[in-house]
Design a binder for this molecule. Structure first.
Ligand SMILES: [Zn+2]
Length: 187
């Protein structure tokens, strides 16, 4: 790094210390030519990620936008907000680790679906319906089929209650109510 006073390229480090709550390292340097001192900061570089959208537009990766989409899909599923933020962290770090700095919105969507799959069927289908732009009931059916054929066990407890009423049982009950008055009349 060149000296800011005389542009000489060589200097020596007098002192290094952690700064900005550990987010950076502050170095006090002395120019080997003019002996003047200056300070440099070293930080981790977060490379910005470009998202290639379905319609061909490009925009920079937006954490809060992704989180909003996931929160919406998970409404009333009882999954804590913190867990959803972890999903965003995981997806972001997956993208950061790749050599390409461009990711398609499709790839992001599939990454999120992989995470939601083990958390909630409802959230999975809701998220898929938005990002895959479902056109009709057929799309829902196909997605549900994919879920079922996947072999991954999904926690079904919250959905089980919806399907528990026994239709045959309630039919018998109403039959019984109808026959009762005639039996009473006979006796
Ligand atoms: Zn200098």
């Amino acid at each position: 790094m060149k000296c800011p006073f005389c542009q000489h390229p060589e200097n020596r480090v007098l002192e290094s210390r952690s700064a900005e709550a550990g987010q950076s390292i502050r170095r006090r340097r002395e120019c080997l030519k003019c002996k003047r001192r200056f300070t440099t900061y070293e930080r981790i570089e977060f490379v910005s990620i470009t998202v290639l959208k379905r319609d061909g537009r490009r925009e920079s990766f937006d954490r809060s936008k992704l989180l909003r989409g996931i929160v919406r899909a998970c409404e009333k599923t009882g999954i804590p907000q913190l867990r959803l933020e972890v999903i965003v962290d995981e997806v972001e770090s997956l993208i950061q680790q790749r050599s390409l700095r461009e990711v398609t919105s499709n790839e992001i969507g599939e990454m999120v679906l992989q995470k939601l799959k083990s958390l909630s069927e409802v959230a999975y289908v809701r998220f898929a319906s938005v990002y895959r732009k479902f056109q009709g009931i057929r799309d829902f059916v196909e997605t549900l089929d994919q879920l079922q054929n996947n072999g991954d066990k999904i926690d079904n407890q919250e959905n089980a209650a919806d399907f528990s009423p026994n239709l045959e049982q309630s039919a018998e009950d109403s039959e019984l109510q109808e026959t009762e008055p005639s039996m009473m009349a006979r006796s």
